[in-house]
Design a protein around this ligand. Structure first.
Ligand SMILES: C[S@@+](CC[C@H](N)C(=O)[O-])C[C@H]1O[C@@H](n2cnc3c(N)ncnc32)[C@H](O)[C@@H]1O
Length: 360
């Protein structure tokens, strides 16, 4: 994201467009709230006093959910618990204006750090695809890893389904059970996870699941009606608490020394699941320079919104897919600094389905 200030009109348009594209299908209450904010001078003024990163629409939604979960009493809590109320926008507005000091503080101190383990079902498809192509074990750096929960992909049970069949991988008794519908009707040939002997997550502000406040922030980043997501998050947190993933406080701009640590006898894969979107242009180009200059082949595996990694050749989206579909892609950097981008498929941003064209 760029650093230039936004006008309040632009901010309103941003909330309205983002709300419709992101929430209309999966969390309509959040779309209603975004549309209310887009047209409300007081809330736009509150947001307008913050920097661009803090104006990312999920952040104020997360901040409100965080304060409600801390015990703030307000009728909005009942709506988040499932009571229908057409006046949800008014309730949200009232909550924010009544708690504006606490909201301002969260907008200053927190960022959206949704750690969505459903994405592991898609990461596994991508990792298996890469492992098959390079025929070697993988060394893995996960960018913007949040609490590092997706580094634990092989501790989760993942089931890919079609209308008539299914295929699973991972421990059958795992507390995290993921399902991903393969819309093209083809099951991936994955019985075992690719071999990943070395893996590290980096984040500019990693969340630590042993800290109560960080667990609560992770929970606040889950949309209110998505109890399935909240349950699998809580299960993944329990697994991470027993055996914490290797997560380091490193900015993506400083990735080069982490890449240099990766063992040479494995193919280096760097993943970005809804992280590139949040990076400033300068950080993106520094990261690309580090990948291209790693002195070894590197594959960037990404799950991002359309156009976020602009060099990926994205075909026209099939009409039946929702507007919010994300793009799964690989970008291969050779030792000679050549780059080759490959579109792998469309996917639900949280891993519910994939419309996958590549071979696994
Ligand atoms: C939306 S979350 C996605 C988390 C995780 N990749 C997932 O898919 O569950 C974005 C993450 O990127 C991190 N992030 C944003 N900018 C970063 C930067 N410049 N360097 C490192 N991490 C960054 C944030 O702290 C946050 O944890």
């Amino acid at each position: 994201m760029e650093a230039l200030a936004r006008s309040l009109d632009d901010l309103g348009t941003y909330f309205s467009t983002y709300g419709a594209a992101t929430f209309a299908t999966d969390e309509p209450v959040y779309d209603d709230i975004c549309q209310m904010i887009a047209a409300d001078a007081d809330l736009l003024a509150l947001l307008g006093a913050h920097d661009r990163d803090a104006q990312q629409p999920n952040l104020i939604l997360n901040a409100v959910k965080y304060l409600l979960s801390a015990g703030a009493h307000h009728p909005l809590g009942a709506v988040y618990d499932g009571r229908r109320d057409p006046a949800v926008g008014d309730l949200f507005r009232d909550f924010v204006l009544t708690n504006s000091a606490a909201i301002d503080e969260l907008l200053r101190s927190r960022r959206t750090q949704t750690n969505e383990v459903g994405r592991s079902a898609l990461l596994t498809l991508g990792m298996a695809h890469i492992a098959k192509r390079v025929n070697a074990p993988l060394a893995w750096v996960d960018l913007g890893t949040s609490a590092g929960l997706n580094l634990m992909i092989d501790k989760f049970r993942t089931t890919w389904t079609t209308a008539t069949a299914s295929r699973s991988a991972g421990p059958a008794d795992s507390a995290v059970q993921l399902r991903c519908e393969m819309l093209n009707g083809v099951l991936p040939e994955i019985d075992e996870f690719p071999e990943i002997p070395w893996r590290v997550g980096i984040d500019r502000a990693p969340l630590d699941v042993s800290r109560h406040q960080d667990r609560r922030w992770l929970e606040a980043c889950v949309w209110p009606s998505r109890h399935d997501r909240a349950e699998r998050l809580s299960a993944a947190i329990s697994i991470a608490a027993e055996s914490p993933p290797d997560v380091r406080p490193v900015d993506v701009a400083d990735i080069a020394p982490v890449l240099a640590e990766a063992p040479q006898d494995a193919h280096l894969v760097v993943t970005s699941t809804w992280v590139w979107y949040y990076l400033a242009d300068g950080v993106r180009s520094t990261a690309v320079e580090a990948l291209a200059g790693a002195g070894r082949p590197v594959t960037l595996l990404s799950l991002e919104g359309q156009g976020v990694i602009s060099s990926v050749p994205v075909p026209e989206m099939p009409q039946l897919l929702p507007e919010a579909a994300s793009v799964l892609a690989t970008s291969d950097f050779s030792e000679a600094r050549d780059r080759r981008d490959e579109f792998l498929g469309w996917a639900h941003p949280h891993g519910q389905w994939a419309d996958w064209g590549a071979i696994v």
